[in-house]
Design a protein around this ligand. Structure first.
Ligand SMILES: Nc1ncnc2c1ncn2[C@@H]1O[C@H](COP(=O)(O)OP(=O)(O)OP(=O)(O)O)[C@@H](O)[C@H]1O
Ligand SMILES: [Mg+2]
Length: 252
């Protein structure tokens, strides 16, 4: 579904990503770890096509089509969606109106907001005055309305209380067609049954993995994916034990 080939990205003229290779197949959920400032959000921003991330080498393919150089709107229409690490406030845009603009069936917007505990937020400007956790739920609600085929989630559980992480987890599972997840075995079985949606999730703590089953993990270090293709929980254990640099050396 998503192929990133030898991707080099600069931000403000400074090289951040130095040759990223990544292949995410339909139905797969990948997890991205890495220290602060290593370029995780840069990678997501480059995949989504934000202009501040300048692709200097390499290419990005989505469903076999090259999308490097395409606009954010085109990528969104192709089925890529993103939940930001630090979502912007949209003054003058009510959350309900934004949801109606992106949802295939605008009449369902109220029903969608209810499970995310945001039904009373629909008249408010997007993210304006929302608490940290409310902003994260608002991001998930916007994605649920958009229903993309491929989701980029930048620290979806950061700043979210323990009970609401479960809610975020349910939303992510719905987005990734993993509803009713009940253990790894079911996850693997479902994969064989033709799940089509896929995603890439950034997490530092791994709390989201308590709720969302994921297939493969990667560590972004020094501008490259230094160890890729391991079980995300195994990787998290290595990072805890050896630190990012040690983990990268050890698994290499
Ligand atoms: N305009 C700029 N000029 C120079 N460096 C920049 C600019 N914008 C961003 N950077 C740098 O790019 C690097 C990568 O940032 P990015 O947000 O991708 O990191 P991250 O891995 O998501 O970190 P975190 O875990 O803290 O969210 C950072 O060191 C950041 O300071
Ligand atoms: Mg980041």
């Amino acid at each position: 579904m998503l192929k990133v080939e030898d991707l080099h990205v600069a931000v403000g003229g400074k090289p951040i990503l130095k040759g990223i290779n990544l292949h995410i197949k339909p139905g797969e959920t990948h997890v991205l770890f890495g220290p602060n400032g290593s370029g995780k959000s840069t990678l997501l921003g480059a995949i989504m096509g934000f202009e501040r991330y300048q692709v200097t080498e390499g290419r990005i393919l989505f469903k076999g089509e090259e999308i490097t150089g395409r606009s954010v709107a085109e990528r969104a229409k192709l089925g890529i969606g993103i939940a930001f690490q630090r979502p912007p406030v949209l003054r003058g845009v009510a959350l309900g109106d934004l949801l109606k603009a992106v949802a295939p069936a605008p009449s369902d917007v109220g029903e969608m907001a209810d499970p995310m505990h945001l039904a009373s937020f629909l008249e408010r400007d997007v993210n304006s005055g929302f608490s940290g956790g409310e902003v994260k739920r608002s991001e998930m609600l916007q994605l649920l309305a958009q229903s993309p085929n491929f989701v980029l989630l930048d620290e979806p559980e950061s700043g979210v209380d323990l009970e609401n992480i479960a809610l975020i987890g349910q939303a992510v599972n719905h987005l990734l067609q993993k509803d009713g997840f009940n253990g790894e075995e079911r996850c693997r079985r479902e994969m064989k049954e033709g799940r089509s949606k896929a995603g890439l999730i950034i997490t530092h703590t791994g709390y989201i993995l308590d709720y969302v089953p994921a297939d493969l993990g990667h560590v972004l270090y020094d501008g490259r994916l230094s160890c890729t293709g391991f079980n995300p929980r195994e990787l998290l254990g290595c990072i805890h034990k050896y630190g990012y640099a040690g983990c990268t050396r050890c698994l290499a």
